[in-house]
Design a protein around this ligand. Structure first.
Ligand SMILES: Cc1cc2nc3c(=O)[nH]c(=O)nc-3n(C[C@H](O)[C@H](O)[C@H](O)COP(=O)(O)OP(=O)(O)OC[C@H]3O[C@@H](n4cnc5c(N)ncnc54)[C@H](O)[C@@H]3O)c2cc1C
Length: 401
């Protein structure tokens, strides 16, 4: 990672890269004693997510914490330091025919600590879940510099306060993730994908309904640009064969299906490129989430500005991703209009999270949806418990936590 280490547009005074976990804990103890504000950075591929921190004196990088601590292929678990990149993890697991089924694309940069802190997931969430479903144990450095551990080394002996799951998606606001134990999976023998083109979103919705009714078990279901449905199956060669044949028979008959074809690896790659683009490009990047009953694919986007990447949706997960250029209209209007639109179409059950916000709009908008007061009160109590002086990534998270 090069550049300014700016977190949601805020540039730190100092950047430090501890070589060991003890050194990181020592640094945090010093920052805490001096009441200085700090944040942790892994690969820096998701630093725009969330609100701008209220203060940021020091960025603590985890990139030098890059050891594989323990790997038990027979237990399908691996324990690593938080700075290990996903590319390195792929290499270690690949040698034993195993994988971590999290689709983060920028694997040379993104780190284990980063995928946990952001609660990362992609299209294969449908089959394997998010990091929350894969984390077994975690080691942290609290905002006061004290080390703590939660969870176990193997899947079956996890007991006590679920610290691992608490750290997932907390955006580094409760302390530094320094080690993690993750559950891994065998690489499937066969992975094949089919694309079905429809003449509109209604056709896509009816095809998705058939997939659910007929209990197909795809590894992932993705809609590109409202009209192209890509269904991927993984497993034994025979099993994948049978599912594809049956699915083509059932779904290709759905109304509005223009054509259906199996994708070559190269074609599959080109569709995955579009997923990367919607997570990387654009001044505005948003994630719309809604109960799968609602056609998230069509839940609209920023009407006021042109899309900069093909919209992507995971209809069975109730998630859609949009990327847009900053438009001329008053910056804050976009997000507010989109939120109103999503709320109206989902009877208030949908939400919009901003993964990137143009600098001009940041002072006027909140990256996070509002939470029900009781839920927020619990989160605030947790934050105050871990970080009573509000030094760790202050103001970055939901409700200004
Ligand atoms: C091309 C592209 C494709 C992407 N695809 C996906 C995708 O499919 N799915 C997805 O979910 N995301 C995706 N992302 C976003 C991003 O890659 C992931 O969120 C990734 O998990 C971030 O890891 P990182 O190490 O780069 O974290 P960073 O960007 O360094 O940090 C992200 C946040 O986590 C916190 N953090 C990082 N490390 C730690 C730590 N050790 N302890 C405590 N807090 C920490 C930071 O404070 C920061 O708030 C993509 C990004 C790009 C650029």
């Amino acid at each position: 990672m090069t550049g300014s280490f700016a977190v949601a547009g805020v540039t730190p005074r100092d950047v430090v890269t501890p070589a060991t976990i003890d050194e990181l804990a020592e640094i945090v103890r010093g920052l805490h004693a001096d009441r200085k504000a700090f944040a942790f950075i892994g690969g820096g591929t998701e630093l725009e997510l969330g609100n701008a921190p209220r203060a940021l004196d020091t960025v603590v990088r985890t990139s030098a914490l890059d050891r594989v601590i323990e790997y038990a292929p027979e237990d399908q678990t691996i324990t690593l330091e938080a700075g290990v990149t996903l590319a390195e993890l792929d290499r270690v697991l690949g040698a034993h025919g195993q994988m971590l089924p999290i689709d983060v694309a920028d694997r040379d940069q993104a780190t284990v600590g980063g995928i946990i802190a952001t609660g990362a997931y992609g299209r294969r969430r449908l089959r394997y879940g998010t990091v929350k479903d894969l984390i077994v144990g975690v080691g942290i450095v609290r905002p006061d510099g004290v080390r703590a551990r939660g969870g176990g080394k193997v899947v079956k002996n996890v007991a006590g306060f679920d610290l691992p799951k608490l750290m997932v998606g907390a955006l580094g606001t409760l302390g530094a993730i320094v080690t993690a134990t993750l559950r891994v999976y065998p690489v499937p023998a066969s992975v094949r994908a089919v694309v079905l083109h429809f003449d509109g979103a209604a056709g896509v919705a009816s095809a998705v309904a058939v997939l659910v009714e007929q209990r197909f078990e795809p590894e992932s279901v993705v809609v590109y640009n409202y009209g192209a449905l890509v269904v991927t199956f993984a497993g034994t060669a025979g099993g994948v064969d049978a599912q594809i044949a049956a699915m083509l028979g059932a779904v290709a008959a759905a109304s509005g299906c223009v054509n259906a074809a199996e994708l070559s690896d190269l074609e599959r790659e080109s569709y995955e490129q579009r997923e990367r683009a919607v997570r990387r490009d654009g001044d505005w990047r948003v994630r719309i989430v809604a109960p799968p009953a609602y056609p998230v694919t069509t839940l609209g986007s920023f009407a006021a500005s042109p899309p900069l990447a093909v919209p992507v949706a995971y209809p069975l997960l109730g998630i859609a991703l949009h990327a847009h250029a900053a438009a001329d209209a008053p910056p804050e209007r976009h997000l507010t209009d989109l939120r109103d639109n999503v709320s109206a179409q989902t009877r208030g059950t949908g939400a919009v999270i901003a993964h990137a916000i143009p600098a001009v709009a940041r002072p006027h908008v909140d990256a996070w949806p509002k939470l029900p007061p009781a839920q927020f009160a619990t989160m605030r109590a947790m934050k105050n418990n871990f970080d009573p002086h509000g030094l760790c990534n202050p103001g970055r998270f939901i409700g200004g936590l």
